[in-house]
Ligand binder design. Sequence first.
Ligand code: EPZ
Length: 418
Amino acid sequence: MEKYVIEGGKALKGEVHISGAKNAAVAILPAVLLADEPCIVENLPDISDVSLLLKSMTTLGAKVEMLDVNTAKIDPTGIKSYIVTKDMSSGMRASSYFLGALLGRFNKAKVAPPGGCDFGVRPIDQHIKGFEAMGAKVSCENDMVVCRAEQLMGNYVYLDMVSVGATINIMLAAAKAKGMTVIENAAREPHIVDLANFLNSMGANIMGAGTNVIKIRGVEKLHGVTYSIIPDQIEAGTYLVAAVATGGDVTITNVTPKHLESIVAKLIEAGATVEQFDEAVRIKMERRPRRCQVKTMPHPGFPTDMQPQMTTMLTIAEGESTVYESVWDNRFRYIDELKKMGADVNVEGKRAIINGKDSLTPAVVNATDLRAGAAMVIAGLMAPGKTVVQNIEYIDRGYENLVEKFEKLGGVIHRVSE
Ligand code: EPZ
């Protein structure tokens, strides 16, 4: 087991390069299974979720060659299997995208139920509703989700709630289905647009991605492409919050500033000064953070995946802040860890009420999931003294070179074996 040992209390300063987006990569890789020729995917983040997906694709029969650490050449033409077992998916949430991709390719798919971070119930009823509307029969056999169709047919699908995963899965299944599929109340996250751009560059016909109505006219073939994944909105936001929380001055590069608007707006409210460039954002904090009210929402609202990091920053804000989590039922499990560091936070249902303190105190804490883990690293960097973050395998799932990147900003953080 490994852990991070952090010597906190120093303002972060300097420049950090943001990697490709995890949540785009985990959709685009399964989408490669729909191609009739090899594809090259660039700007893949070097994280464990990506390597696990590539491994699963190899087990399915794809040929994967890493051209460099962030570029994979994938030839899916030899794939014969439509089965993704629990061992292959390693409990990853994104393994559910194999359902849409394999159904789109073979008209059948058998996939172990997706796991992922534990924030309460994580159903896939809206994914299934979409597949069924397109003519698939969906059942559960020996603990596997099984989808079968004679021929997938385009149809109208209204999502009962905005779901990133259901939107992606239906797009994957519909790309080669017969006729037109319309997704109403679709998710609008940047990674949905990136997936649509990837599929369209292979010859798909997808309109409206980035709005709440997506229209997909099925095509017969998808050719090979070379495609570069968008920058990671959440990784970028994590470094912005870390800069503000430590009273730093940080420039993040290789970003799309438009994707960061809701995060930057809150950090300006908290007292930060922000300069935006074409592909970079500089953030500077020269005061104690002001109190803020935050409510997580689907894009373009404040992202739930930034909630733990933002809450952590607010533990040292002036006065009382509130954070309302409207996407997930139970995403405040990490608060008990923050309390070990002296944070004054009360959770009432989906709301956290934070009474800002002058500073956090170092402690031994656990990463309870990926973003909560990033929040614990930020907390460690804020607290003067030595903080230890355990269970860091969660953080490895989604942050490339985290230690190197924080060290470059002057943070003192070491990865050590227990
Ligand atoms: C994606 O999860 C992300 N994961 C999550 O990021 C992110 O928190 C979430 O979207 C919301 O932005 C990936 O992209 C791999 P949803 P997903 O379907 O697709 C309910 C991270 O840290 N719902 O948009 O699983 C659901 O319970 C991860 O990078 C249903 O009820 O999220 C939730 O309350 C963690 N039925 C809400 O909708 C369904 O069929 C949104 O879930 C589907 C979802």
